[in-house]
Design a protein around this ligand. Structure first.
Ligand SMILES: *Cc1c(COP(=O)(O)O)cnc(C)c1O
Length: 378
């Protein structure tokens, strides 16, 4: 018997969520961002569901691009950080990849490269995040250089927002981008999930909106709200892409005053029933989740108690008399149908642990068995 823990990938929800991106983005085409192995969900597991809505797939690793071609995806694939060394360009040709150009070195490599056919590049501007891209003053020269190269077929203008999910918003970076690029021809791609959900309708010069020609939908496709706790996934109409479920493998009757777990960090306030759950930090559950982190037992909300250990954690069953040994525990996502498909957003759990939904889904551990749900329906 394997340990009673599993991750469930909800394919129907993945399609639904990308549909939300498509709707918000107006007429823009949608990249399904599948970096980090589809945010921990597994590229191969998500592919059939995502391909039904997405116009293309965006990733970081050439290996991920190769896997998409192995799945027989013939449409666009974008390398969001471009190539890492000159010989990657050969694979770009062979696999027909579009790739970001964010620095002079990448232009030099392309200029020195003998290609069978010209490539499509996404020229990236650093409009204020200071992570990747050409500064606004250098952007035009980079564009001109690329546009004269026989290796280049088409240049899409791209930038990335640092605070589309927060109070800073996108206005300042948008203004920088437009001032430095509005008279350049070509398509544009600016929006990540947060920008799609919060700012997609903002007008951009030339009668188009911020969604422009291509949006890059990452986290929203997996059902997490990038702007939690200001908004939650349900507010945005997003459904969980992944549920992490385990079972109660032991029940302890703990008298008032006794402690639970490593370090005795939780002391029972009264006589309590404590469930020991087959999920710990070696499964990807955050060790820093404190007492009180929400959890569902048989679809009903309760809380974790004390420290998370490697393979187990404790939950409060005191007020759930019908639950006990063998009960289903939903660490995040959705309880099973027989427990009403009750929801516990990954963002709420992440927030309690001082992190974000992105990190939890990406950190799902390889030892957790994964089951794909609704594959046929999607
Ligand atoms: C990861 C990434 C995205 C997707 O971001 P989300 O916040 O997950 O939507 C978009 N653009 C670039 C360049 C990225 O690296």
């Amino acid at each position: 018997m394997p340990r009673p823990i599993e991750a469930v990938i909800h394919c129907a929800h993945l399609s639904h969520n990308l549909g939300v991106a498509r709707q918000q983005a107006g007429g823009a085409r949608v990249w399904a961002v599948v970096k980090a192995n589809a945010y921990g969900h597994g590229i191969e597991r998500c592919f059939d569901a995502q391909r039904q809505v997405a116009d293309g797939f965006a990733c970081i690793d050439l290996d991920e691009a190769q896997r998409l071609r192995d799945l027989d995806w013939r449409g666009p694939i974008l390398l969001l950080e471009g190539v890492f060394e000159p010989r990657d360009l050969e694979l770009c040709s062979r696999l027909h990849l579009w790739h970001a150009i964010h620095c002079e070195e990448q232009i030099d490599w392309l200029a020195a490269h003998k290609l069978q056919q010209p490539q499509r590049v996404f020229l990236k501007m650093n409009s204020g995040m200071n992570r990747l891209g050409f500064r606004p003053q250098a952007f035009r020269a980079a564009w001109q250089r690329l546009s004269q190269m026989p290796q280049v077929e088409d240049i899409v203008l791209m930038t990335h927002f640092a605070d589309a999910d927060g109070a800073g918003g996108v206005a300042a970076q948008q203004a920088v981008f437009e001032a430095a690029s509005s008279d350049l021809p070509g398509e544009r791609s600016l929006c990540n999930s947060a920008a799609v959900l919060r700012h997609a309708g903002t007008p951009l010069r030339g009668g188009i909106s911020l969604a422009a020609d291509w949006v890059r939908a990452g986290i929203m496709g997996y059902g997490s709200a990038p702007d939690f706790p200001e908004n939650d996934a349900a507010h945005h109409g997003l459904r969980p892409g992944m549920s992490l479920r385990a079972k109660v493998l032991a029940v302890q009757e703990v008298p008032a005053g006794e402690a639970v777990g490593y370090g005795g960090r939780f002391v029972a306030e009264r006589a309590m029933r404590v469930g020991t759950v087959a999920c710990g930090y070696a499964d990807g559950y955050p060790r820093l989740a404190p007492t009180g982190t929400p959890v569902l037992v048989d679809g009903r909300r309760t809380r974790t108690l004390g420290r998370v250990s490697m393979d187990m954690l404790a939950v409060d069953l005191t007020d759930l008399p019908g639950s006990g040994f063998g009960s289903e525990v939903t660490l995040w996502g959705q309880a099973s149908e027989r427990h009403g498909a009750a929801l516990l957003s990954i963002d709420e759990v992440a927030h309690a642990a001082g992190t974000i939904g992105y990190e939890l889904m990406c950190a799902l551990a390889p030892r957790v068995p994964v089951r794909v749900e609704d594959a046929a329906a999607s």
